[in-house]
Design a protein around this ligand. Structure first.
Ligand SMILES: C[S@@+](CC[C@H](N)C(=O)[O-])C[C@H]1O[C@@H](n2cnc3c(N)ncnc32)[C@H](O)[C@@H]1O
Length: 207
């Protein structure tokens, strides 16, 4: 994709209005994540979209730095956050490569519905590992594109050609788990709520 920022900016108003696909699964993911949180934790989220999940998690931690490539997504997130009187989320535009962040400065990193949308999953996992304190957790929720029905997979290149789909990385469950463990994580919690989706809490080794 030529310009992912443009793609996601254009999508932002529609994305903000789209309902959560499965509310029960979403609530369960929130609950599992919150069972790890501590009130003194600093959390980093990349690809936060319109901030919905950061807003729900905010009362359970000290602070959240929520980031996204799309300033349009972030503008909506900021509005929602202010409207709800939440003061411990700060938003910043950027990517894992462009943001200037100190190593080992977060207790948890959230990457939700984003890993399969990034050009290099291994580099992403390495960067997340670098940002986490030893013993910190990486919470990810990803589409397993290799397990998506063939007719959908065949449609993706066509949709990309006409600008209706972003760039997409293809991996299955074992490949993603392998990438995490090869890059210094131990799997703490693993849940496949559907055939082609994986929710994982991975802990940075070392504590
Ligand atoms: C499918 S949405 C998921 C949003 C949110 N995490 C959620 O679960 O609702 C993907 C988000 O990732 C953002 N994004 C895409 N590429 C990115 C990148 N390279 N760095 C940071 N954010 C990115 C998009 O702007 C979009 O907000």
């Amino acid at each position: 994709m030529k310009d992912p920022r443009k793609f996601w900016n254009k999508l932002a108003p529609r994305y903000a209005k789209s309902p959560v696909r499965d509310e029960k699964i979403y609530q369960q993911k929130l609950e599992i994540t919150q069972s790890y949180f501590r009130p003194d934790w600093s959390v980093f989220e990349f690809g936060c979209g319109t901030g919905s999940t950061a807003i729900v998690h905010a009362p359970y931690v000290k602070q959240i730095l929520a980031t996204d490539i799309s300033d349009e997504m972030l503008a909506i997130a900021e509005q929602k956050t202010q409207a709800q009187g939440i003061t411990n989320i700060s938003y910043q535009q950027g990517t894992l490569e462009s943001l200037s962040l100190n190593p080992e400065s977060f207790d948890a990193v959230l990457g939700l519905n984003i890993l399969h949308l990034l050009p290099n999953v291994d580099e992403t996992i390495k960067r997340v590992h670098q940002l986490l304190k030893p013993g910190g957790i990486f919470v990810s929720s990803s589409a397993l594109m290799r397990d998506v029905a063939l007719h959908w997979r065949m449609l993706i290149p066509v949709m990309q050609l006409i600008g209706l789909a972003p760039q997409i990385a293809h991996f299955n469950k074992d490949e993603l788990i392998g990438k995490l463990t090869q890059n210094g994580f131990a799997i703490d919690h693993e849940w496949q709520p559907a055939k082609a989706s994986l929710f994982v809490i991975a802990r940075k080794n070392g504590n």
